[in-house]
Write a new protein. Sequence first.
Length: 288
Amino acid sequence: MKISSKDFDLDEVEISWCPGCGNYNALKVMKEALTDLGIKPHEFVLVSGIGQAGKFPHFIKAQSFNGLHGRYLSAALGIKASNPELTVIAVSGDGCTLSEGGNHFLHTIRYNPDIINVIHNNQVYGLTKGQASPTSQLGFKTKVQVFGVINEPFNALAVAISLNASFVARAFVGDLDKTKEILKQTINHKGYALIDLLCPCVTFNRVNTYQWYKEKSFYLDEAHDPFDQMKAMKLALDTDKLALGILYKNPKRKPYHENVQIYNDDKRALYQRDLDKAKFNQLLESFK
């Protein structure tokens, strides 16, 4: 049965984002990308952390799991590992993912689960009223950082590429059509797929605005080789001009669920299997 983006709408739900928030476009693009790919609401799981981006499950019809602050990626890995048939999309902000969840971010890349990790990057803590986030620029002033940010910004793309992540991309919500195409490629990838989604906060970040991102970014063309790790790293480290598109791909890495033994002889999801009580009791006894 053909689906439309309206199939992902929730009736009588009031969206609580500020007018002009980049998350509106991110939500629209997500629904349209899923529609184009023919993925139905019951066929994917939306896993989120805490923050404005973490409210995504409140505003889209899907199976969902709202995780602890910074720990949502572990939940996403577990969901995919237990049922590889599902499309698992993990969504949260730069603060939740790279501060509270920094350790989980690093090791999720190493595990390489077949999940999509969408980081809404607005370079500020939007939910908690405008403190500097891990991606805030040096010198960025807030009501807490009154003399400006003194810590080096966390470069998620460079970290992911250095860890040989299997897919690394960046997109800008101000350009709906191109962002949708990048997101569709991200969803279609087999393995851990990171998309750094530049998503302006119009209330608490008056520096990194829609216009700022338009002026500071450019799209990679066909001459770019996404399989060249060193060239991808050079692009990721360039903070003067932000490259948009697929920076790096490494298709040689197997996803996590294909590396664990539980699917060697039986491809069924865990919920489809019968519980062997004898083996289960034997396992419990082994811990005594």
